[in-house]
Design a protein around this ligand. Structure first.
Ligand SMILES: [Fe+2]
Length: 372
């Protein structure tokens, strides 16, 4: 009998501790650790992505045409509750010029027929831009941060133009082994550069294909098919985003036989060749690709289909340089980590039919100021 009571007391204490640890204690601990970033993924939807301190649910709330909308991070009818990163697809036309909030609830345990729910956290209301403009678009272009955010911010302090769109052109991190490398660098940079209030175009870099977490990125940033290549329109801009993948053959020893980029490149090239020029009616036509040199991309000339689409310019990174390469399809290399401790950021201005390119380094030196 004593053993029976003793056992029940132990069970009660354990249950209380479990309850305290999972529900009471996180009262002030369930919070948004990385603010939302609104990612362009082509098509009619944005992906809104944020991180919380504990695993749980995620939803985006806003009012559209008088109707209160709640859109969940869910998969095949099931609200996702086992992740600290939340990704919600929201119709572009409902978000542009609108105000939204994101909300998450801690879900410590989800069983088959009941669950233990913790506290909620909610962002402040965020006024989202992204409204269509006829002309006068500023695109902030960042590549090859390689975790040098301090230097990037020094370069950005010399850019006065307010961006309408952020383009992160790959190699934001040097590897993608862990979730933290995604959230504390790529996602955080996207949220901070955009202020959660304008769209972010993410172009995958070769370093972001490296490490165990690399395969997870598409769950948050991929398009409706889980791909990193797509097309999008932004006011007078018609754009193609290329996933240039890894920078060496699949057989290279660095990849340990665990990559299959040849298949990806074949599928992507086929997709590129099937794009229809009629769908690219913007006044400005730009390609974003981490690897900018596409005229001999693993044996194929990717610039041929791009030129047939009427593209004006390829904007890329990867080379750790600030330069323009002339040609039938000019290349603008936007800078990033230039080596020797220097760093450069670029802005593209689309106005009056001109594409104006400007690059500054962390000391405010003007490296490029050109129209193409
Ligand atoms: Fe690179």
């Amino acid at each position: 009998m004593i053993a029976y009571y003793f056992k029940n007391i132990i069970i009660s204490i354990v249950a209380f501790l479990l309850f305290a640890v999972t529900v009471i204690l996180p009262v002030n601990l369930m919070k948004i650790t990385v603010s939302p970033a609104v990612f362009e993924t082509g098509g009619d939807y944005y992906n809104i992505v944020w991180e919380t301190s504990f695993k749980g649910t995620g939803c985006v709330k806003y009012t559209y045409k008088g109707e209160e909308k709640v859109i969940w991070d869910s998969n095949n009818g099931i609200i996702t509750s086992d992740d600290t990163v939340h990704s919600v697809r929201v119709p572009k036309q409902e978000l542009r010029g609108n105000t939204y909030t994101v909300e998450s609830q801690h879900i410590p345990f989800k069983f088959a027929y009941h669950c233990l729910k913790g506290k909620k956290t909610e962002s402040a209301p965020i006024v989202f831009g992204g409204e269509k403009k006829e002309d006068g678009i500023n695109i902030l272009c960042i590549a090859d941060i390689h975790e040098m955010e301090d230097k990037m911010n020094e370069a950005l302090s010399h850019i006065e133009e307010k961006p309408d769109l952020i383009c992160m052109i790959g190699d934001i991190t040097s590897e993608m082994r862990t979730k933290d490398q995604f959230t504390k660098f790529l996602l955080k940079d996207a949220a901070e550069l955009s202020g959660s209030a304008i769209p972010v175009v993410y172009t995958r870099g070769n370093h972001e294909t490296r490490g165990e977490y690399a395969g997870v990125l598409a769950d948050y940033l991929g398009d409706e098919h889980g791909k990193f290549y797509y097309t999008f329109e932004f006011g007078p801009l018609s754009a193609v985003v290329i996933d240039s993948g890894e920078d060496k053959e699949d057989s290279h020893k660095e990849y340990s036989g665990l990559v299959n980029f040849e298949q990806l490149r074949n599928e992507e090239y086929e997709w590129l060749c099937e794009l229809d020029k009629k769908d690219f009616d913007g006044k400005y036509k730009i390609v974003f690709s981490h690897e900018p040199k596409l005229d001999d991309h693993f044996g194929k000339d990717w610039t041929k289909p791009l030129k047939e689409l009427g593209m004006d310019l390829v904007v890329g990174g990867h080379w750790h340089q600030s330069k323009i390469e002339e040609g039938e399809l000019p290349m603008f290399i936007v800078g990033g980590n230039l080596g020797n401790g220097n760093w450069a950021a670029s802005i593209i201005r689309l106005e009056n039919g001109k594409i104006s390119l400007l690059t500054v380094d962390r000391e405010g030196n003007l490296l490029i100021e050109r129209d193409v």
